[in-house]
Write a protein that binds this ligand. Structure first.
Ligand code: NAG
Length: 291
């Protein structure tokens, strides 16, 4: 086989790599292009020519949006500025999810609190319909004063949750130990702001103060370096099935990042299902025995 017959194949491969690159880059920024406001009857708004999005909640309704694209693996950043002041009873959820009864899901949820009391950042991972993997954190800053970056790195081996570039949780692929890992079902990005005062703040003891409504959460600087699924094909796969060589596809935490994650978990973790013995009288889930 000489050069001429190989050339078209090479060109096709280069072409799909270029498309993947373009898809990743094009996903930066604009909320008009990347998201649809799906509920809330006008309470969700895209502002500043697509640079910002706000959700609001009042006594009648909350609001929410979802990504137009479905992703199968990616490095996804979003900046959020949470409901300021007395946000008790409100929940701002920001998550990835697939569809159906055996869905996969990767969750950030921000549980509001009374003025001056800390928000709780709740995380969870569902694989094939099963969650129950909650870890909760305090934050080391006031998440209502400024925008902060909440990131999910999702590749075939890891789901890494980060806050302003600091990893807080690393859910590893433990399929070898019989733990299903989300890796076959494409997910969309979803976010919503709603009233959950039956459980959100101090277990439901503190109710939403509607005299402070509307409650508003803001979003900016969305960036997805991700594999977009379209009609069953991934933007990251060349026609011959060779994945495009994005470095985040095989990324894991280096020693420094692991150190920082341990620092967060030691000082800011307030709940870990892997240490909640009451909940698992028959023994902890298998992924808990690994770091
Ligand atoms: C709210 O503040 C209280 C008091 O500091 C704290 O115990 C609680 O974990 C915070 N978060 C929620 C969601 O209740």
């Amino acid at each position: 086989m000489g050069f001429p017959s190989k050339a078209p194949k090479m060109l096709a491969l280069a072409g799909s790599l270029v498309i993947c690159f373009l898809v990743s880059v094009a996903a930066a920024g604009n909320f008009y292009q990347n998201f649809d406001i799906t509920w809330g009857d006008g309470r969700g708004k895209v502002l500043n020519g697509g640079q910002m999005l706000t959700l609001s909640l009042d006594r009648t309704s909350g609001s929410g949006f979802q990504s137009r694209n479905e992703y199968l693996f990616g490095k996804i950043d979003m900046q959020l500025k949470l409901v300021p002041g007395n946000s008790a009873g409100t929940v701002t959820a920001y998550y990835l999810s697939s569809q159906g009864p055996t869905h996969d899901e990767i969750d950030f949820e921000f549980l509001g609190n009374l003025s001056g009391d800390p928000y709780t950042l709740h995380t969870n991972v569902f694989s094939q319909g099963k969650g129950n993997r909650e870890q909760q954190f305090k934050l080391w800053f006031d998440p209502t004063k400024d925008f902060h970056t909440y990131s999910i790195l999702w590749n075939p081996q890891h789901i890494i949750f980060s806050v302003d570039g600091t990893p807080i949780r690393d859910f590893r692929n433990n399929e070898a130990k019989g733990v299903p890992f989300p890796k076959n079902q494409p997910m969309r990005i979803y976010s919503s702001l709603w009233n959950a005062d039956n459980w959100a703040t101090r277990g439901g003891l503190v109710k939403t103060d509607w005299s402070k409504a509307p409650f508003v959460a803001s979003y900016s600087n969305f960036n997805a370096n991700a594999c977009v699924m379209s009609m069953g094909a991934s933007s990251c796969e060349a026609k011959n099935g060779t994945p495009a060589g994005s470095s985040w596809m095989t990324q894991e935490l280096d020693a420094t990042s692991q150190e920082r994650m341990r620092w967060v978990q030691k000082n800011y973790m307030i709940y870990n299902y892997c240490t909640d013995a009451n909940r698992f009288p028959q023994g902890f889930p298998p992924e808990c025995s690994i770091a």
